[in-house]
Design a protein around this ligand. Structure first.
Ligand code: BGC
Length: 777
């Protein structure tokens, strides 16, 4: 695979660059992002650069400005350190830079940048190292080592700079600036509208040749800014070590009482500063190891190291962008950039959640709890559209906010007018996507407690919405769903989008099953839910409607119509418009209205339905739809690629599967500048794990049962992964001849090519890889 970043053939945890390229700076800042899901910092340099995008976010601190929808504010900069050497301000665009090397260690989350700076015939060696702690979510530590080949005067200015904005929008109101104990620098601010208190503390320690200097900062204050100045005389051959301990607390933190955050934050920074950088890094590295690497192990044995780098990158980013607090969810860009305002989409449920369901069920539970907490907002949205039940928002921020999709998007290329964003109104499949995720979690975890406390209520209320959303078509004598946007956002106002109809029907079916189950097995629970949701009344309605819902069936060629009119639209050759990871090329020629009239699909739609509803359609139908829709799909959404890779793998289209796998891994890591500057494509990141474990590893949940049918790429020697199933850990080892399944914990059952296999508690089973007929693709 071709990445925009250097890899090391011997170390799959390494991502680096040996060239400072100001034009690609944005992209590497995104890829080398550091975070722990609470706090996220882009990999900008400590010193400021013109081309950079300096962003730091804390999950959940949403704020709005005027009538705009809420967004995550870019928070005061705790990263910035300014160096002046003999009165010359250090910058990469100043003097000569030699031996530049910046690299991220995915294993422990440490980012290092080192080089020699040659200025006025002096050579100064800088080494910057830093990490966002995985063990103490509020903590960020950075250190700078400086050596010079001649005696120099070093001036360091470091602190907290609140003069930041979100591409122009200022979200923060100035608060106090203080110095505690003569050494702790503090800035307190508040978000404008949401009024969330934010506290930032910084403490510096300076050593020369390992001797701690007793240096008090000379404080500089400016509007929304506080920093300390330090002057050090550094002799040739001496080593200066500057350590910056920083922490961030907010009024919405769940681990601290709001009244205590200031004291706690001060106490913590004092305590942390007793530890060395290495000690704190080790503690964080242990958390990475225990919480992430050991639990989501994936090992690919292949001559090419890049697939292993990609899966390590995916697991790193999923951990670094997932909030530890269930009132928050993963944004479509994580905490890595301003794109999509920090909002959460179906990207979580369909593309990221499978990873957590199978490796860290308690985190999957948290992410679904967020939807439970969002029921209020979902009910509000349904009500405002005239429906009962819960209609989940297309874009979500704080769970109770309800819909947060901005009403306006970019300009139309034909008319020049700003285009209305209809997804918030019409992209209704999100309600089913949440239900699909809840069911998958329940199937995999058998977490009855979650089902009773939250899961059933989500499903039942979603079904209430869908049942009332159905429209009776008198002439056809069936219920239909008109005027929606399906996953293919190039078809606005579609009638009977297959994905929407099938998934809505399925939701109602699941709700009916739950009512039956509860009435029989847990009448008390049923009464409780009945009281809240009027189940007795709606249940009859569901029964009356469910079999009359129109489900577009495969036509004579086996093709499921994406919607009522898709198959009648004009066909064009989409080759010139295939995505290269940048902006949608189709819009250089057509506007959205024109694309609406073409058989051009933005991203997997019917194909995603086939993938999610595995077992509901024959392989012949899957093949027919693949043959029909794949050549019409531009993949303008990065979400498309993983679905195509998995489906191609299922259909034994090895070459295609691998091509899509590579493209899926290259969404952010690849050489296209694309939109990575606005943040990572977290659904594509989740897609990397899906392609490896669900695709090549062959794991699937089929009607609630585990299926394992591996399909190893030719160029790989073996694949090893582990998943959680029914509270047991299942380790799978695949090579070209056999696959072994080892269970740690209770026995499990799984399906392989139609046969059910049972593995007893703590034992293993080895099966031959069923020889597949090679399909010429
Ligand atoms: C895609 C959506 C996705 C959103 C956020 C859009 O371009 O079409 O499916 O949810 O991006 O990632």
């Amino acid at each position: 695979m071709k990445f925009c970043i250097e890899t090391d053939p011997k170390n799959s945890w390494y991502l680096g660059t040996r060239k400072f390229d100001p034009l690609k700076i944005d992209k590497s800042e995104t890829i080398m992002y550091q975070g722990n899901g609470y706090l996220g910092i882009r990999a900008c340099a400590e010193e400021k650069n013109l081309q950079e995008k300096r962003d730091m976010f804390v999950a959940g601190t949403f704020d709005s400005f005027d009538d705009e929808v809420t967004e995550l504010p870019n928070l005061p900069d705790i990263l910035n350190i300014k160096f002046e050497i003999d009165q010359k301000i250090f910058s990469l665009s100043n003097g000569v830079i030699k031996n530049y090397h910046k690299y991220l260690n995915l294993k422990n989350g440490e980012l290092i940048r080192q080089f020699d700076w040659i200025i006025d015939q002096k050579r100064i060696h800088f080494k910057f190292s830093r990490f966002v702690s995985m063990s103490d979510v509020h903590l960020f530590v950075s250190k700078v080592e400086v050596e010079s080949d001649s005696d120099v005067e070093v001036k360091i200015t470091s602190g907290i700079d609140g003069q930041v904005s979100n591409s122009g929008t200022q979200h923060l109101v100035e608060g106090d600036r203080r110095l505690y104990d003569g050494k702790i620098i503090q800035l307190r601010e508040r978000t404008q509208r949401s009024n969330i208190e934010l506290i930032f503390n910084v403490l510096h320690k300076i050593y020369v040749d390992e001797v701690l200097l007793n240096s008090k900062p000379h404080i500089q204050m400016d509007r929304q800014k506080i920093a300390g100045d330090y002057q050090i005389k550094l002799l040739r051959g001496q080593k200066l070590l500057f350590v910056k301990y920083a922490n961030v607390y907010t009024g919405i933190d769940s681990d601290v009482e709001e009244d205590d955050i200031c004291d706690t934050s001060i106490g913590d920074i004092k305590q942390h500063s007793l530890g060395t950088y290495a000690e704190l890094l080790n503690k964080s590295a242990r958390a990475w190891d225990l919480n992430v690497w050991q639990r989501s192990l994936v090992k690919i044995a292949a001559a090419d190291i890049t697939p292993q780098v990609a899966i390590n990158f995916a697991r790193y980013q999923l951990a670094a962008n997932t909030p530890p607090d269930s009132r928050m969810n993963i944004a479509s860009k994580g905490l890595t950039g301003e794109g999509y305002k920090g909002h959460t989409f179906w990207d979580t449920e369909i593309f990221m959640l499978p990873y957590f369901i199978f490796t860290m069920p308690e985190i999957a539970r948290n992410l679904l709890r967020y939807r439970y907490l969002g029921l209020g907002g979902a009910r509000k949205k349904a009500k405002s559209n005239g429906y009962p039940g819960a209609q989940f928002p297309w874009e979500a921020a704080w769970p109770t906010d309800g819909e947060t999709t901005p009403p306006w998007g970019s300009a139309d290329i034909v008319t020049g007018e700003p285009m209305k964003v209809l997804s918030g109104f019409l992209e209704q499949h999100i309600t089913s996507d949440v239900v699909i995720a809840v069911m998958e979690y329940l199937y995999a975890s058998e977490d009855q407690r979650f089902a009773k406390e939250m899961g059933y209520e989500i499903i039942l209320d979603a079904a209430k919405f869908w049942a009332s959303r159905l429209e009776w078509n008198l002439s056809q004598k069936r219920f239909e769903i008109d005027n929606v946007i399906g996953p293919d956002e190039y078809k606005e106002h579609a009638n009977n989008n297959a994905f929407t109809n099938y998934t809505a029907h399925w939701c109602i079916q699941k709700a009916i099953e739950i009512v039956k189950l509860l009435r029989n097995s847990d009448p008390e629970m049923y009464d409780e839910l009945n009281f809240k949701l009027d189940l007795d009344e709606v249940y009859q309605d569901w029964l009356a409607k469910v079999d009359l819902i129109y489900l577009p069936r495969p036509n004579e060629e086996g093709v499921i119509p994406q919607d009522d009119t898709y198959l009648t639209k004009k066909k064009i050759n989409i080759t010139p418009y295939l995505s290269d990871g940048g902006h949608a090329k189709i819009f250089k020629k057509y506007n959205l209205q024109q694309v609406d009239n073409l058989q051009v699909t933005k991203q997997a739609d019917v194909l995603l339905l086939l993938n999610l509803f595995e077992g509901h359609f024959t392989q012949a139908v899957e093949q027919a739809n693949w043959d029909y829709y794949e050549p019409k799909t531009t993949h303008d959404s990065s979400l498309s690629l993983s679905t195509h890779a998995i489906l191609a793998s299922d259909l034994h289209l090895q070459t295609k599967a691998y091509q899509y796998f590579e493209q899926g891994c290259e969404v952010d890591l690849g050489t296209n500048i694309g939109k990575t500057t606005q943040g990572l494509h977290m659904a594509a990141v989740g897609g990397i794990w899906k392609m490896v474990v669900l695709g090549f590893g062959g794991v699937r949940i089929v009607d609630g049962k585990l299926r394992i049918e591996p399909n190893l790429p030719d160029t790989w020697d073996s694949l090893q992964y582990q998943i959680n199933w029914h509270k047991s850990l299942v380790k799978v080892f695949v090579d070209h001849d056999t696959f072994k399944v080892e269970v740690m914990g209770n026995g499990i059952e799984f399906i392989n090519h139609g046969k059910i296999y049972r593995i007893a508690a703590n034992s293993k089973l080895e099966l031959p890889i069923e020889i597949q007929v090679e399909v010429n693709d």
